[in-house]
Design a protein around this ligand. Structure first.
Ligand code: NAG
Ligand code: NAG
Ligand code: NAG
Ligand code: NAG
Length: 339
């Protein structure tokens, strides 16, 4: 169930995404999902439109920050039940993780996770639909999968991805062209230890992989070889001060500062590049302003490159104050940084 789809297409064709300007707060709602939507992750198209995945839905949707309040269906993954990681692996072509995930049971869809390719080249919004329809094809189903989560592009040239398996506590390398896959990192730092969740968000900057481990309440970084295996020691880049801050997906700015979602911390936390300073840039523990954030990505256009787009689950897993659940959202948060 999604709110009414966009009908006025012309506004969506502009190339540079602007931050919605109504209101005074530095936090704006770009799109509100139905209540109890665990909005999970996002990726920005070269034209500024945003693809959003929801863990409690099989529908991949597109939202345009220039048209807040509207969404367009990109694809309905009818043989899945939830969507997690998403990343661009060639210009306007995205990899998406899908699985038979059931939030309430809970059943994490062990053995069902797959990666799909969603090709949006030349695809525009017209009368509330995508024209021509995006080309969607399965990259690979991974029977050994337990819970696929964050995805990062390892090599543009080879079209290889790193994919976090949160429950198994490992990172796979997947070739988006051939579907070949292999576990390349399986370490204490990626493992869940005694908790349900290990490695969660993954981002690669230069030759360095950053990854969050939700169960260990830490973000690590490690230099990589070209094949995605570790080329040096794991270093703690961020360590939560309390176990309320469950680091999820995050963005790293051009100075190496980390902007991480804190899940049940209900905030976006900026961690300095040296790991020593932590500042809340939006939200707070007992506020619904940034209710249960799950991921963060900087905009790509000249007007929104300092804007952090943040997905939120609205407290559907851990209610704010223990009892408040609001609809999951896509937020635009102004910062003084950029990717
Ligand atoms: C997606 O598929 C599901 C199950 O087949 C269906 O219930 C739902 O209405 C579909 N969504 C859209 C937007 O067509
Ligand atoms: C990760 O390593 C552990 C310990 O060596 C092993 O038991 C486990 O099977 C490995 N997991 C995967 C998915 O390779
Ligand atoms: C703030 O939220 C925490 C975590 O849900 C809760 O334990 C605490 O009681 C809340 N504090 C207030 C003042 O509501
Ligand atoms: C969302 O769901 C929660 C609990 O299921 C309920 O308390 C709340 O009123 C709902 N909010 C809206 C806007 O429907």
């Amino acid at each position: 169930m999604l709110p009414a789809l966009v009908t006025a297409a012309s506004c969506l064709l502009a190339t540079a995404a602007a931050v919605p300007t109504h209101g005074k707060s530095h936090i704006e709602t770009v799109f509100e999902f139905p209540n109890n939507s665990f909005v999970e992750n996002l990726a920005v198209r070269p034209n500024g439109q945003i693809l959003v995945t929801v863990l409690t839905s099989r529908e991949l949707v597109l939202v345009d920050p220039q048209r807040p309040g509207h969404s367009v269906l990109v694809h309905n993954f009818t043989d899945a039940n939830g969507l997690t990681g998403i990343t661009e692996y060639e210009p306007d072509v995205f990899a998406v993780a899908t699985g038979d995930y059931h939030f309430k049971t809970p059943n994490w869809g062990q053995g069902t996770w797959a990666l799909w390719s969603v090709d949006l080249r030349g695809v525009k919004v017209q009368n509330g639909a995508l024209v021509p329809p995006p080309k969607v094809s399965k990259i690979v189903h991974v029977p050994e999968s337990q819970l696929f989560n964050g995805i990062a592009l390892l090599s543009k040239k080879d079209k290889t991805l790193l994919v976090a398996d949160t429950k198994a506590g490992v990172i796979y390398r997947v070739n988006a062209k051939t579907g070949d896959y292999k576990v390349v990192i399986n370490s204490t730092e990626t493992s869940p230890l005694q908790t349900p969740h290990g490695v969660n968000g993954v981002r690669i900057y230069g030759d360095t992989l950053y990854f969050s481990n939700s169960g260990q309440f830490e973000i690590f970084k490690v230099r990589l070889h070209e094949d995605g295996t570790p080329a040096g020691p794991f270093v703690v880049a961020a360590k939560a001060k309390t176990e309320i801050d469950e680091y999820d997906d995050f963005a790293v700015d051009h100075d190496g500062n980390i902007f991480t979602s804190t899940g049940s911390g209900n905030s976006i936390l900026k961690v300095s590049a040296n790991g020593k300073h932590q500042t809340i840039v939006a939200g707070s523990l007992n506020s619904t302003d940034v209710a249960e954030p799950t991921s963060a990505v900087f905009g790509r256009g000249p007007l929104d490159k300092s804007t952090l787009y943040v997905t939120t689950a609205g407290g559907s897993a851990v209610p704010v104050n223990g009892n408040i659940i609001i609809p999951g959202k896509l937020l635009a948060i102004k910062t003084h940084s950029r990717a």
